[in-house]
Design a protein around this ligand. Structure first.
Ligand SMILES: CC(C)(COP(=O)(O)OP(=O)(O)OC[C@H]1O[C@@H](n2cnc3c(N)ncnc32)[C@H](O)[C@@H]1OP(=O)(O)O)[C@@H](O)C(=O)NCCC(=O)NCCS
Length: 170
Protein backbone atom coordinates (compact mmCIF):
# COMPACT_ATOMS: atom_id res chain seq x y z
CA UNK A 1 0.00 0.00 0.00
CA UNK A 2 1.24 3.50 -0.80
CA UNK A 3 2.32 5.60 2.24
CA UNK A 4 -0.43 8.19 1.61
CA UNK A 5 -2.99 5.44 1.95
CA UNK A 6 -1.40 4.20 5.13
CA UNK A 7 -1.45 7.74 6.52
CA UNK A 8 -5.13 8.14 5.74
CA UNK A 9 -5.96 4.91 7.55
CA UNK A 10 -3.80 5.89 10.51
CA UNK A 11 -5.36 9.38 10.68
CA UNK A 12 -8.81 7.81 10.79
CA UNK A 13 -7.63 5.15 13.25
CA UNK A 14 -8.69 2.41 10.87
CA UNK A 15 -6.88 -0.70 9.75
CA UNK A 16 -7.22 -3.30 7.03
CA UNK A 17 -6.91 -7.02 7.61
CA UNK A 18 -7.85 -10.17 5.70
CA UNK A 19 -11.47 -11.19 6.20
CA UNK A 20 -12.23 -14.41 8.07
CA UNK A 21 -15.16 -16.70 8.79
CA UNK A 22 -15.82 -15.00 12.14
CA UNK A 23 -16.65 -11.79 10.22
CA UNK A 24 -19.74 -13.36 8.62
CA UNK A 25 -22.35 -11.78 10.88
CA UNK A 26 -20.66 -8.38 10.85
CA UNK A 27 -20.34 -8.43 7.07
CA UNK A 28 -23.95 -9.45 6.51
CA UNK A 29 -25.09 -6.66 8.86
CA UNK A 30 -22.86 -4.07 7.16
CA UNK A 31 -23.69 -5.04 3.58
CA UNK A 32 -27.36 -5.79 4.27
CA UNK A 33 -27.86 -2.51 6.11
CA UNK A 34 -26.27 -0.49 3.31
CA UNK A 35 -28.33 -2.26 0.64
CA UNK A 36 -31.52 -1.58 2.57
CA UNK A 37 -30.59 2.08 2.93
CA UNK A 38 -30.68 2.28 -0.90
CA UNK A 39 -33.98 0.40 -1.09
CA UNK A 40 -32.29 -2.75 -2.39
CA UNK A 41 -33.12 -6.24 -1.12
CA UNK A 42 -30.74 -7.31 1.62
CA UNK A 43 -30.94 -10.85 0.20
CA UNK A 44 -27.89 -9.88 -1.85
CA UNK A 45 -26.00 -9.86 1.44
CA UNK A 46 -26.97 -13.47 1.95
CA UNK A 47 -25.12 -14.69 -1.15
CA UNK A 48 -22.82 -17.48 0.02
CA UNK A 49 -19.58 -15.52 -0.24
CA UNK A 50 -20.02 -13.72 3.08
CA UNK A 51 -20.45 -16.96 5.06
CA UNK A 52 -16.71 -17.53 4.95
CA UNK A 53 -14.88 -14.95 2.90
CA UNK A 54 -11.49 -16.57 3.51
CA UNK A 55 -12.61 -19.85 1.92
CA UNK A 56 -14.93 -18.40 -0.73
CA UNK A 57 -12.44 -15.87 -2.09
CA UNK A 58 -9.38 -17.96 -1.32
CA UNK A 59 -10.71 -20.87 -3.37
CA UNK A 60 -11.36 -18.54 -6.32
CA UNK A 61 -7.87 -17.05 -6.59
CA UNK A 62 -9.24 -14.01 -4.84
CA UNK A 63 -8.73 -11.66 -1.94
CA UNK A 64 -11.04 -10.19 0.67
CA UNK A 65 -10.12 -7.50 3.17
CA UNK A 66 -12.11 -5.87 5.92
CA UNK A 67 -11.69 -2.39 7.34
CA UNK A 68 -11.99 -2.15 11.11
CA UNK A 69 -12.05 0.79 13.50
CA UNK A 70 -10.01 1.14 16.69
CA UNK A 71 -12.59 -0.89 18.65
CA UNK A 72 -12.39 -3.71 16.11
CA UNK A 73 -15.82 -2.93 14.64
CA UNK A 74 -16.21 -3.67 10.96
CA UNK A 75 -16.69 -0.50 8.93
CA UNK A 76 -15.87 -1.59 5.40
CA UNK A 77 -14.86 -4.36 3.05
CA UNK A 78 -13.61 -5.05 -0.43
CA UNK A 79 -12.90 -8.24 -2.34
CA UNK A 80 -12.12 -9.68 -5.72
CA UNK A 81 -12.18 -13.17 -7.19
CA UNK A 82 -10.86 -14.76 -10.34
CA UNK A 83 -13.38 -15.54 -13.08
CA UNK A 84 -10.78 -16.92 -15.46
CA UNK A 85 -7.00 -16.80 -15.76
CA UNK A 86 -7.18 -13.26 -17.12
CA UNK A 87 -10.41 -11.82 -15.72
CA UNK A 88 -11.22 -11.02 -12.12
CA UNK A 89 -14.34 -9.56 -10.55
CA UNK A 90 -14.43 -6.76 -8.00
CA UNK A 91 -16.97 -7.55 -5.29
CA UNK A 92 -18.33 -6.11 -2.08
CA UNK A 93 -16.82 -2.64 -1.96
CA UNK A 94 -18.82 -1.25 0.95
CA UNK A 95 -18.13 1.44 3.52
CA UNK A 96 -20.21 2.33 6.57
CA UNK A 97 -21.71 5.78 6.16
CA UNK A 98 -19.61 7.25 8.99
CA UNK A 99 -16.33 6.59 7.16
CA UNK A 100 -17.38 7.79 3.70
CA UNK A 101 -16.32 10.91 1.79
CA UNK A 102 -12.73 10.81 3.04
CA UNK A 103 -11.13 9.07 0.11
CA UNK A 104 -11.32 5.56 1.52
CA UNK A 105 -13.44 4.20 -1.32
CA UNK A 106 -10.80 5.20 -3.82
CA UNK A 107 -8.05 3.81 -1.56
CA UNK A 108 -9.75 0.40 -1.38
CA UNK A 109 -10.36 0.40 -5.11
CA UNK A 110 -6.72 1.31 -5.89
CA UNK A 111 -5.57 -1.39 -3.55
CA UNK A 112 -7.61 -4.17 -5.12
CA UNK A 113 -6.68 -3.02 -8.64
CA UNK A 114 -2.98 -3.11 -7.65
CA UNK A 115 -3.53 -6.60 -6.25
CA UNK A 116 -5.18 -7.75 -9.48
CA UNK A 117 -2.39 -6.33 -11.66
CA UNK A 118 0.25 -7.99 -9.48
CA UNK A 119 -1.60 -11.30 -9.87
CA UNK A 120 -1.46 -10.96 -13.65
CA UNK A 121 -5.15 -10.37 -14.32
CA UNK A 122 -5.77 -8.37 -17.50
CA UNK A 123 -9.32 -7.24 -16.88
CA UNK A 124 -11.38 -6.37 -13.82
CA UNK A 125 -15.14 -6.58 -14.08
CA UNK A 126 -17.91 -5.67 -11.69
CA UNK A 127 -21.68 -5.64 -11.52
CA UNK A 128 -23.54 -2.96 -9.64
CA UNK A 129 -26.95 -1.34 -9.35
CA UNK A 130 -27.78 2.06 -10.90
CA UNK A 131 -29.13 3.29 -7.57
CA UNK A 132 -25.64 2.99 -6.01
CA UNK A 133 -24.76 6.38 -7.49
CA UNK A 134 -21.62 7.10 -5.47
CA UNK A 135 -20.13 3.78 -6.52
CA UNK A 136 -21.11 4.29 -10.16
CA UNK A 137 -19.38 7.68 -10.16
CA UNK A 138 -16.33 6.25 -8.41
CA UNK A 139 -16.00 3.46 -10.99
CA UNK A 140 -16.49 5.77 -13.97
CA UNK A 141 -13.99 8.36 -12.73
CA UNK A 142 -11.52 5.58 -11.99
CA UNK A 143 -11.68 4.48 -15.60
CA UNK A 144 -14.14 1.59 -15.61
CA UNK A 145 -16.18 1.46 -18.81
CA UNK A 146 -19.85 0.54 -18.95
CA UNK A 147 -20.47 -2.67 -20.86
CA UNK A 148 -23.51 -3.31 -23.01
CA UNK A 149 -23.96 -6.80 -21.67
CA UNK A 150 -26.07 -6.90 -18.53
CA UNK A 151 -26.18 -9.50 -15.82
CA UNK A 152 -28.81 -12.20 -15.76
CA UNK A 153 -32.36 -10.90 -15.81
CA UNK A 154 -33.93 -10.46 -12.39
CA UNK A 155 -30.76 -9.40 -10.59
CA UNK A 156 -30.63 -5.89 -9.14
CA UNK A 157 -26.96 -5.52 -10.04
CA UNK A 158 -27.49 -5.21 -13.80
CA UNK A 159 -24.88 -2.52 -14.51
CA UNK A 160 -21.74 -4.13 -15.88
CA UNK A 161 -18.38 -2.33 -15.77
CA UNK A 162 -14.97 -3.38 -16.99
CA UNK A 163 -11.44 -2.01 -16.49
CA UNK A 164 -8.47 -3.01 -18.62
CA UNK A 165 -5.55 -3.71 -16.30
CA UNK A 166 -3.06 -4.44 -19.02
CA UNK A 167 -3.15 -5.44 -22.64
CA UNK A 168 -2.80 -9.09 -23.48
CA UNK A 169 0.89 -9.83 -24.09
CA UNK A 170 2.22 -6.82 -22.12
C1 LIG B 1 -18.91 3.78 -3.18
C2 LIG B 1 -18.26 4.07 -1.83
C3 LIG B 1 -17.42 2.86 -1.43
C4 LIG B 1 -17.35 5.30 -2.00
O1 LIG B 1 -16.66 5.50 -0.78
P1 LIG B 1 -16.12 6.92 -0.27
O2 LIG B 1 -15.01 6.64 0.67
O3 LIG B 1 -17.23 7.75 0.21
O4 LIG B 1 -15.56 7.54 -1.64
P2 LIG B 1 -14.31 8.52 -1.75
O5 LIG B 1 -14.36 9.56 -0.68
O6 LIG B 1 -13.07 7.72 -1.93
O7 LIG B 1 -14.65 9.24 -3.13
C5 LIG B 1 -14.28 8.59 -4.33
C6 LIG B 1 -15.27 8.93 -5.42
O8 LIG B 1 -16.52 8.33 -5.16
C7 LIG B 1 -17.55 9.12 -5.75
N1 LIG B 1 -18.41 9.62 -4.66
C8 LIG B 1 -18.18 9.56 -3.34
N2 LIG B 1 -19.22 10.13 -2.68
C9 LIG B 1 -20.09 10.56 -3.63
C10 LIG B 1 -21.34 11.23 -3.59
N3 LIG B 1 -21.94 11.56 -2.44
N4 LIG B 1 -21.97 11.47 -4.77
C11 LIG B 1 -21.41 11.14 -5.94
N5 LIG B 1 -20.20 10.51 -6.03
C12 LIG B 1 -19.58 10.23 -4.89
C13 LIG B 1 -16.84 10.29 -6.42
O9 LIG B 1 -16.55 9.92 -7.75
C14 LIG B 1 -15.59 10.39 -5.60
O10 LIG B 1 -14.57 11.03 -6.31
P3 LIG B 1 -14.43 12.64 -6.27
O11 LIG B 1 -14.19 12.99 -4.83
O12 LIG B 1 -13.25 12.88 -7.14
O13 LIG B 1 -15.70 13.19 -6.79
C15 LIG B 1 -19.30 4.38 -0.74
O14 LIG B 1 -20.09 5.46 -1.16
C16 LIG B 1 -20.20 3.22 -0.41
O15 LIG B 1 -19.88 2.37 0.41
N6 LIG B 1 -21.39 3.18 -1.04
C17 LIG B 1 -22.40 2.17 -0.72
C18 LIG B 1 -21.97 0.80 -1.13
C19 LIG B 1 -21.83 0.64 -2.63
O16 LIG B 1 -22.53 1.26 -3.42
N7 LIG B 1 -20.92 -0.25 -2.99
C20 LIG B 1 -20.70 -0.62 -4.37
C21 LIG B 1 -21.27 -1.96 -4.61
S1 LIG B 1 -20.98 -2.45 -6.29
Amino acid sequence: MQPAHENLLADLRLSLRPGRRQDANGLRALVGGILQSYGLPDSVARDGDLDDVAVWYGSRHGVFDVLVDSSGALVGCCGACGRSQTVCELRRLYLAYKVRHRGLGRVLLHRVVDWARARGFETMELFTAPVLKEAVQLYERFGFARQAQTAAEGTVCDLHFSLTLRKSGD
